[in-house]
Design a protein around this ligand. Structure first.
Ligand SMILES: Cc1ncc(COP(=O)(O)O)c(C=O)c1O
Length: 310
């Protein structure tokens, strides 16, 4: 109510220093709650930004990574770029490829099965990447998921991160719903390996008591986003931006206008505090386990998805 009522349209720092700076602060807090690597904090070359949805998050990083690799290989290499995910990856990746001009045949959704609890196999990924390189294609983007939508699958971040780094690829981690649980120390290991990621996303509006929309995205290299998404028309020029001393979030997202979404997250973090948010997550997991026990007792049903948070 407050966020809607104050009606900030904070696209550049100058249009609302409070909205911009609070966003930087609360995303640093949340990054610390999740024990994300320091490179994701606003104090260095990286930082966090609130997007509307996980779909927008994967789109903006896919574009940033695309433009970064095209600066190396030249614009004509666009049709050679290859994107990797699994058959459990959210369809948002495919949509991002469509928007980003990736050749429709170059979005590889690799097959998973129950033997890896529906996680992407590093061996299969390495094999496919080697084949793509051998036929002259350029592997450039990997989207791993922590908590896939239909099977709660977990992609092995440590192994996948190594593969993407050794092939010079951008490594994005989509933890849209399950990421919130990693504020509890006993579940944090599910994102071990995030240290190697170029970007990490979780939706505070899914499992962290924040009203829709509030999708937190962190990147290690904010300049990659800015190089892809910034525009600088005469009517937006101002001294603060020109002196390069401030963050202008319009250059980290698709739209120009933006709401005071950090106020919602600030309210939640300040009202509940870390311990209460951890209790809330733990209680949900307890309820899910109880639900599984009830379902397992009924012969009409079979439990065929896996707790992401065992
Ligand atoms: C793992 C995962 N990624 C992405 C999405 C897309 O979410 P959004 O509606 O925020 O774009 C979802 C939504 O269900 C999801 O579970």
């Amino acid at each position: 109510m407050l966020s809607a009522g104050v009606n900030i349209v904070g696209f550049s720092w100058i249009t609302s220093p409070a909205a911009t700076e609070l966003e930087m602060i609360v995303l640093d807090w949340l990054a610390k709650m999740l024990k994300l690597p320091e490179d994701f904090l606003s104090t260095g070359q990286g930082g966090g930004v609130i997007q509307g949805t996980a779909s927008e998050a994967v789109l903006v990083v896919l574009l940033a990574a695309r433009d970064k690799i095209l600066r190396k290989f030249g614009k004509n290499a666009l049709e050679k770029l290859v994107v990797y995910g699994s058959d459990q990856t959210h369809s948002a990746l495919q949509k991002a490829c469509q928007i980003g001009g990736i050749h429709p045949e170059n979005c590889r959704l690799l097959k998973t099965d129950s033997s890896t609890n529906y996680g992407l196999s590093p061996d299969l990924l390495s094999e496919v990447i080697s084949h793509d390189i051998s036929i002259g294609l350029i592997p450039y983007f990997l989207c791993a998921t922590v908590g896939t939508t239909s099977s709660t699958g977990l992609d092995p971040l440590l192994a996948l991160g190594k593969i993407s780094k050794s092939n010079g690829m951008w490594f994005h981690v989509d933890a849209a719903y399950a990421g919130s649980a990693c504020i509890c120390p006993e579940y944090r290991h599910h994102i071990d390996g995030v240290e190697q990621a170029d970007s990490f996303n979780m939706n505070a509006h899914k499992w962290l008591l924040t009203n829709f929309d509030c999708s937190a995205l962190w990147v290690k290299e904010k300049s990659a986003l800015i190089q892809s998404l910034s525009t600088n028309p005469e009517f937006l020029k101002n001294k603060a931006s020109e002196e390069n001393m401030v963050v202008d979030y319009k250059d980290w997202q698709i739209p120009l206008g933006r709401r005071f979404r950090s106020l919602k997250l600030w309210m939640v973090l300040r009202l509940y505090g870390l311990e209460n948010l951890q209790s809330y997550i733990r209680n949900h997991i307890k309820l899910a386990k109880h639900f599984e026990e009830l379902v397992a007792q009924d012969p009409r049903f079979e439990v065929n998805t896996y707790y992401v948070l065992q």
